[in-house]
Design a protein around this ligand. Sequence first.
Ligand SMILES: *[C@@H]1O[C@H](CO)[C@@H](O)[C@H](O)[C@H]1NC(C)=O
Ligand SMILES: *[C@@H]1O[C@H](CO)[C@@H](O)[C@H](O)[C@H]1NC(C)=O
Ligand SMILES: *[C@@H]1O[C@H](CO)[C@@H](O)[C@H](O)[C@H]1NC(C)=O
Ligand SMILES: *[C@@H]1O[C@H](CO)[C@@H](O)[C@H](O)[C@H]1NC(C)=O
Ligand SMILES: *[C@@H]1O[C@H](CO)[C@@H](O)[C@H](O)[C@H]1NC(C)=O
Ligand SMILES: *[C@@H]1O[C@H](CO)[C@@H](O)[C@H](O)[C@H]1NC(C)=O
Ligand SMILES: *[C@@H]1O[C@H](CO)[C@@H](O)[C@H](O)[C@H]1NC(C)=O
Ligand SMILES: *[C@@H]1O[C@H](CO)[C@@H](O)[C@H](O)[C@H]1NC(C)=O
Length: 386
Amino acid sequence: MKGFPGSFAFGGVLEMTPQDPTGAILGSWGLLFLLLSSLPCHLCPVPCECSEPARTVKCVQKELTAVPTGIPGYTRNLFITGNQITWIGRQDFQGLPNLVTLSLANNRISTVESWAFSTLQSLRYLDLSNNLLFTIRPEAFNVTANSIQELNLSHSLYNSSALLSLEATLVQGGFRNLSRLELTSNEIVYLPPGMFSGLPKLKHLDLRNNSLMDIKNSTFSGLNLKFLDLTLNAFRTLKTEALSVLGRQPHLRVFLKDNPFMCNCDIKELVSWLNQSQQVGDMDKLTCVFPQELQNISLVDQVGTKFACHSSQSGENALQTSYAALGVALGVIGIIFLFVLYLNRKGMKMWAYSMRDTCQNLLEEYRYRYEMDSDRRIAQMLAMDI
Ligand SMILES: *[C@@H]1O[C@H](CO)[C@@H](O)[C@H](O)[C@H]1NC(C)=O
Ligand SMILES: *[C@@H]1O[C@H](CO)[C@@H](O)[C@H](O)[C@H]1NC(C)=O
Ligand SMILES: *[C@@H]1O[C@H](CO)[C@@H](O)[C@H](O)[C@H]1NC(C)=O
Ligand SMILES: *[C@@H]1O[C@H](CO)[C@@H](O)[C@H](O)[C@H]1NC(C)=O
Ligand SMILES: *[C@@H]1O[C@H](CO)[C@@H](O)[C@H](O)[C@H]1NC(C)=O
Ligand SMILES: *[C@@H]1O[C@H](CO)[C@@H](O)[C@H](O)[C@H]1NC(C)=O
Ligand SMILES: *[C@@H]1O[C@H](CO)[C@@H](O)[C@H](O)[C@H]1NC(C)=O
Ligand SMILES: *[C@@H]1O[C@H](CO)[C@@H](O)[C@H](O)[C@H]1NC(C)=O
């Protein structure tokens, strides 16, 4: 695209040639020189599309295996998506001081090397979603002046080991201005304590579609969140600790639907919290998943319900009582049995001897029969061979 204005100018110069040869030739050389000297900042990497007015470069689904070189210095928005890139190194984004938006979504990136993004002093939006991240060096970002405000890491972690690498990066990467972090669809089971402690401006945290079961005291400490999406996780309930963590974020809206809430005794606290908290954005959509008979029943409709709590507790107590009684009874029977044995110790000895003799006889008879049997089998085999 960028080639066109240049070729038109050149065409115009050639048309002038018949009227004033020398001047035109000099002029054309001058223009050519101008053109050549200005070329480096107007070129576009081969498979990409560049728009200088929009300050945008797109290299979308070009089967690239590395970040292309020669991206123009004016670029503010760079989309290198849907390619086969596996590795981001420190030379990949040199000379792009104006870059604000960078999307590397839908690649196969597993490693982000140290200093990979550290020269991008204007970067605000970084999209690394749908990748296979395993190693992200904390020094990948400009630690002293990391300007990133939004980071998209949805469906981007290779496995749970990658979460530790990410944790180190978030803690040490100097994300002082990060306000939005997306971590959806990463199969996260557990958030390392203090994982978000280096993100003082974080407001919007999206953890949808993971496998979280609990929120710990230290999980969101030091934050003042406004939006927390925990839908499609593995919460069966939220207990005291988790509820007080949420309560300590005064401006927070939290979203909790599509969790497998277990409506037994343990859900009581959550239900009464729901009754008075203003923080849950999708309260009407929270339903019991277990047990079967309460399935699809709304949690907020359960306020005041005992959830078979007392009955199950008293049931448990009754069970414990009956176990104790059973133990005592067995003990008594055992003692009586031993006492009877003691009283009959002479008779017992006799009985034992006679038992031993009987057993010996039985064993002998059995051995005899077995030998007879095996003899017969051997005889049969011999007969078949012949
Ligand atoms: C980080 O960004 C600042 C400007 O914001 C720049 O002066 C510094 O050189 C950058 N650091 C690195 C390692 O590129
Ligand atoms: C962080 O944000 C503030 C206010 O929006 C801005 O003044 C500051 O320059 C930003 N810091 C960096 C490193 O971009
Ligand atoms: C983050 O990436 C996911 C997956 O590519 C996408 O659905 C979502 O819209 C992105 N978020 C933002 C804020 O762009
Ligand atoms: C994650 O993948 C790496 C590389 O394949 C492997 O070494 C590591 O054990 C995996 N971690 C887990 C928790 O599966
Ligand atoms: C949830 O995440 C898994 C991968 O972790 C993905 O395959 C699935 O499509 C996601 N589902 C939704 C509804 O986003
Ligand atoms: C949780 O953290 C708060 C302050 O952040 C503290 O007051 C409280 O004692 C902690 N609770 C537990 C169980 O650690
Ligand atoms: C609960 O809802 C789901 C989906 O809406 C449905 O498949 C299921 O049969 C319902 N269960 C009961 C007990 O109503
Ligand atoms: C639910 O909240 C209302 C006020 O918001 C209160 O009067 C009521 O006692 C609460 N019910 C339970 C069971 O906590």
